[in-house]
Each structure stands twice: as C-alpha cells, then as structure tokens.
Design a protein around this ligand. Structure first.
Ligand code: PGA
Length: 242
C-alpha cells in the first residue's frame, strides 16, 4: 500500500488526475473504474483542465462507474449519470457508448446486475479503480455487513449513507433507498486501486480501513489485501493513522 498525504487540496487533486491520465497515456484503451461523491470532484476538474491542454485523449478508453441509485431517473440532477456528465464526461472526448453506469431504472434489476458484470468481464480487467470512502467504511455502495457480495448487486442503502447523501436532495425522504453497486470482488480484481479520502470527519474510518482488522464490518479494510493500492489523503484525513 502506498499512502500519500497532501497539504493542499490542489496538490491532492493534481496527483489523482496525474495517476488517471498517466494510465490513459500509457494505455489508450484503458478500462477505468470511476466513482462519484464529493471527494473526486476536484480530481475530475483537474483531469478536465489537463485534457483541455491536449495532454491525452479518452477516445479509446472505457469507463465503468461503481454505482447508481435505483429508481432515480437518469436525468435527475442527483443521479450518478448526471453527476458524471456534469463533472467529467461533458468535458472530455470519451464516446458516450464507452461510458458505462449501472441502469438504476432497469425493469429487472437482477438481470441488469448480470449484464453489468458480463460487460465488465468482456473488457477484461479494470486497469484503475477510483474509490472514495464512506464514513461507515463503505466502498461503492458495499455497506458494512456480515457478508459481502462479489459481483454487481442491488443493495439497501444504510441509513447513515442516506443521511450523508441527503445534503444533495431536498429532504431525506427523497434519497433513494436502494442502489446498484459493483461488488467488492470486482473492485478487488482491478489491477490498481486509487482510494481518495479528504476531511477530518473521515480520519477515524481511514485508520480503521487501512490499519484495523480486515473485516466485512468495514468493507474498505479488504483493500489492505490488494497488491497495488494507492491512497491519497489530505492531512486531516490522515490524522489518526499510527
Ligand atoms: P463522499 O462519499 O466523497 O461524498 O464523501 C464517499 C463515499 O460515500 O464513497
């Protein structure tokens, strides 16, 4: 595990964007696993700015997002389809057909999960999986549980997760109760994982995830088993590391 701690948000975002663009520069057909949430916004902004300078192209890349809410229309401002369009896709040259997210409005969600897994498999391995970290240790929407699911699946969102995400909606009632998420098996199969965490409110869970016991009660702790994990932290998030 390679843990890098940054004094400024700009430096962290630059480092994150450089890791992603470096993969696309060396492997133009790279398969990227992408994340949503507040954390990667600055990295996407930097990536879009670097793209604007003509440093690389996403023309031949393929992306798979970690998750999407169930039952939220794709064009709802808080859907992850909208998020990705807004923060990244509209700024770069990735063809629409090569940008994949689970369909949270599929008539048969279980069939949709199978379709998503098969699509990922068909592209071989994910070269780089970008991850944020939930306050409860979730990665994607893999919530703490007695057992975790390997592949893409429908998940009931933890109350803590719905409350954390309520800041984006008009009220807690509007936050969907379910999502479709990539499973931890798929996440751990990625060649390289880039975990990004910011803020003092995540310091405890960062220490638990990176230095605590490996347990499904903290899904991110499974990342300790990955041979190629890079962690980008700001000072505040790194505070409780021993
Ligand atoms: P955040 O979410 O980036 O909005 O804090 C991270 C996550 O829940 O995975």
């Amino acid at each position: 595990m390679n843990v890098l701690v940054f004094d400024t948000d700009d430096k962290l975002n630059e480092a994150g964007a450089n890791i992603i663009s470096g993969i696309v520069q060396t492997s133009p057909r790279a398969v990227l696993g992408l994340a949503t949430g507040g954390t990667p916004i600055g990295i996407y902004r930097q990536l879009a700015a670097d793209f604007e300078r003509g440093m690389f192209s996403f023309r031949n890349a393929v992306t798979f997002n970690l998750d999407e809410y169930v039952g939220l229309p794709e064009d709802h401002p808080e859907s992850y389809h909208s998020y990705m369009r807004h923060h990244l896709f509209r700024h770069i040259d990735l063809p629409d057909a090569q940008a994949h997210l689970p369909n949270g409005n599929a008539a048969d969600p279980r069939a949709e999960c199978r379709r998503y897994d098969e699509l990922i498999e068909r592209h071989g391995q994910i070269d780089l999986q970008l991850l944020g970290l939930g306050h409860n240790g979730h990665i994607g929407f893999n919530e703490p549980a007695h057992a975790l699911t390997k592949g893409t699946h429908v998940v009931e969102l933890a109350e803590a997760t719905r409350k954390a995400n309520a800041r984006y909606f008009l009220s807690l009632d509007e936050v969907p109760c379910q999502a479709i998420t990539m499973g931890v098996g798929t996440i751990l199969k990625a060649k390289k994982i880039l975990l990004v965490v910011k803020g003092a409110d995540k310091a405890d869970i960062v220490a638990k995830a990176l230095q605590g016991p490996i347990t499904t009660d903290c899904p991110a702790s499974l990342l300790q088993t990955h041979p190629n994990l890079i962690v980008l932290l700001d000072r505040a998030a790194a505070e409780k590391l021993g």
